[in-house]
Ligand binder design. Sequence first.
Ligand code: AHR
Length: 522
Amino acid sequence: MKRLILASLAAIAGLALVSCAGNGGAIPAPTNTATITIHPDQAVNVIPDELYGQFAEHLGSGIYGGIWVGKNSPIPNTDGYRNDVLEALRELKVPVIRWPGGCFADYYHWEDGIGDNRPTMVNSSWGGTVENNSFGTHEFLNLCEMLGCEPYISGNVGSGSVQELANWVLYMTADGGKWADMRAKNGRKEPWKVKYLGVGNESWGCGGQMTPEYYAGEYRRYAEYCRDYGGNHLFKIASGASDYDYNWTEVLMSGIGQQMNGVGVHYYSTDFSKPSHGSATDFDSDFYYWTVGKSMGIEPVIQKHIAIMDKYDPEGHVKLLIDEWGTWWDVEEGTNPGHLFQQNTMRDAIVASTSFDIFHKYTERINMTNIAQMVNVLQAMLLTQDDKMVKTPTFFVYKMYNTHRRNKYVPAEVKSDLLQKEDGKLAEVHAISSTTSISDAGKLSISVTNVNLDNDVDVTVNLGSNGKAFTAEILNSADIKDYNSFDNPDKVGTAAFSSFTVDGSKLTFKIPAHSIVTFVEK
Ligand code: AHR
């Protein structure tokens, strides 16, 4: 806040501002104007559906209470899945869900979650909660079928065996044999289609404390016996690096290479070196800009991992998946610290939209991202409490940005005020972030985020051709700290946006502070 007030005062006085922000250099006085020049003729890469992927772990109420309440629950449900959540996930057109973890995946034994007699276990990473295994393979894969999305199964490498994971693949996808017979006995004759198979999770940490060299050897063994059956074709994903661990990617690319179809990276917009991650709803402007800088800091991280992949795989056969990302705040007061239940404000929405603006640029290599997590955990789409459910500001970003799915990414030059300089792991923050994409029918979709906390910005988009007409919607709220609570579930949401003009090849509008607008060509 301080630095923006100084910048505004300097602008009024016509002075050049010398700010002590970032590396100590000058931040020019704000103009509160921006130009976006788009190049539809240069559109090549398609934005895959899976870029908008989700992650649902057995953690807190991410599954139990959040998705699954069981058939006998008083909460309205369809075969045990809560109706309100199903409807909201359908509204989002969820393309893929990663399950059952996370850390949980590496101590999950899938045979405990099938059939009539399901043993309980202790969820040792996440609050010591007793897991009753009532949500298992059938419940997850049936959910994916109901939503029309791809399953991404995360296999147990840390405490499991090659045989156990190979059997799981047989159980889910084989046409015949003892595992298919057991599946049929448990109510499912037809094999499911399972596309994405993760071989472990965070194998450098909660997934087994392995060195990259050791993991590469393990990966090869696991991947060899996880085979394709019938018409199913597995896309095998190696457990990837934690953000800045480029050596992990280097060793996997040299030691596994094209025996993997993809490799992950996990990146959270938080500071794990501090005991507190900060409140989800009570933060000052400095922490807001820190958060945006940290979340935008994913771009150089992506670039460095891609540069290593390019070295070993210049043709881009092996894909990069950001299979965990998002904000991580302190849990809400009175909730189990191990359950990672956090609120979600317009700040989280801005992290989501600006992250997508980065992911979209790299779809030549990135084919999936999975925000952590879908319901009730970390930066969730949906929060539930008993029979109540709210859609978070992040939900609305996903919904608005769906227009870009399967479109081609349109390169653009975006010029706007510098708000914060690069500083170590914090990226440079500019006032305006955006994505433009174009459909097969030649229709544009343009999303624009104004990161400024206090200043509206006059934006001109140079469209390059005349005669375009748009509909638009805006996501914003009076205060960046606003959120949807169970008592006030509709405080933050989208609305039609009509304050724009198209004159010849120029689209112009004023975008309010801390808001997100998406235009869709008619
Ligand atoms: O998303 C929460 C946890 O964060 C996941 O279980 C783990 O993979 C990561 O460390």
